[in-house]
Ligand binder design. Structure first.
Ligand code: F6P
Length: 350
């Protein structure tokens, strides 16, 4: 059997651990040849598919490495038109691929699902630091990103505390607040702003003023998708549409401008950006990614195709890719973590 492996969407700590586990498990099983596909689905598009054979040696020594040895792309769309789709079909046939293991986020799962129409069978492995893939309680990469953001909050607290400032830290996460929520709790943020709970500027200013009197500094951890109550767009969407998005530089800077006139303390903003997506995976993510990769190989071996590996109630399993394509898992406003954080005094800006 010939199995392709690709990584799609943004890079994420633990991708190499999955590639390694899939490859080693298939080789260990025997009768399997593994081909790494370059740059996500892009490697299957165009006249000449870009692949490399993956054997034991090629995937040894990569467990701990961030990024992906295969390269990735989040703009390649093999479904974009009929000609592209037909070319992908010819490439898959020429390569003799029986199945592709697609490691990626919701976008990659949707593409994998769409490729059924040319008869390409896929097994999906969920990846994202946003932790927002439906029917999967934890994706690898999230733990590493939480650790990075937590450390950043801790470092930023030194400046907030010393200068008696309000420090706003913007995290990634797109439309889901998991990263801001967990890192905010771990990093002892005083205010956590999530896409799922619209914030009220006055409520944030009130909490900062209370803290000006006593602790004299405030740490705000803000997901990039957070938006003010009544606003139809997130600040990021408004920034993207503004004539000078670079000058504004992220939602944290916009909030800083809005908040400063209401406070005596100086307000500062930090956008963590890709710092939180890179670097070596934590031990937790290395283990989770290895479990995911191993299970993906089992699905291939058992012929259980068009399924995505999942983690539910701590157990590895799988669901049909069709069930997760084009869906996202966001934080419920009554999530246990939010209720807990409120009880220990965290303000959600509402
Ligand atoms: O989905 C992962 C993610 O890191 C999001 O949190 C973020 O909004 C996005 O990717 C950034 O993508 P890019 O690297 O293309 O700017």
């Amino acid at each position: 059997m010939r199995v392709g492996v690709l990584t799609g969407g943004g890079d994420c700590p633990g991708l190499n651990a999955v590639i390694r586990a899939v490859t080693k498990s298939l080789i260990h099983h025997g009768h399997c040849e593994v081909l790494g596909i370059a740059d996500g689905f892009e490697g299957l598009m165009g006249d000449a598919p870009r692949t490399q054979p993956l054997a034991w040696d090629q995937v040894s020594g990569i467990l701990h490495m961030g990024g992906t040895i295969l390269g990735t792309s989040n703009s390649a769309n093999p479904l974009r038109d009929e000609a592209t789709l037909a070319q992908v079909g010819r490439n898959v046939q020429a390569l003799g691929l029986d199945v592709v293991v697609a490691i990626g986020g919701d976008g990659t799962m949707s593409l994998a699902h769409g490729l059924r129409q040319i008869g390409l069978a896929c097994v999906g492995v969920p990846k994202t630091i946003d932790n927002d893939i439906a029917l999967c309680e934890r994706s690898f990469g999230f733990d590493t990103a939480v650790a990075t953001v937590t450390e950043a909050l801790h470092r930023i607290e030194s400046t907030g505390n010393s200068h008696h400032r309000v420090m706003i830290v913007e995290t990634m996460g797109r439309h889901a607040g998991w990263l801001a929520l967990e890192a905010g709790i771990a990093g002892a943020a005083d205010i956590i702003l999530l896409p799922e709970i619209d914030y009220d500027l006055e409520a944030i200013a009130r909490r900062c003023r209370e803290r000006e009197q006593r602790q004299r500094y405030t740490i705000i951890c803000m997901g990039e998708g957070a938006k003010a109550r009544g606003a139809s767009l997130t600040v990021r969407e408004r920034v993207a549409g503004s004539p000078d998005p670079v000058r504004l530089g992220g939602v944290a800077h916009v909030l800083r401008q809005q908040l400063q006139p209401h406070l005596k303390s100086e307000v500062r903003a930090t956008v963590l950006g890709h710092v939180q997506r890179g670097g070596d995976p934590t031990p937790f993510d290395r283990v989770l990614a290895t479990r995911f990769g191993h299970h993906a190989a089992q699905l291939v071996i058992e012929g259980r195709l068009d399924r995505m590996v999942t983690l539910r109630q701590g157990r590895i399993g799988s669901v049909e890719i069709a069930q997760v394509a084009n869906t996202q898992r966001t934080v419920a406003p009554d999530d246990e973590l939010i209720a807990m954080a409120r009880d220990i005094g965290v303000c959600f800006g509402d």
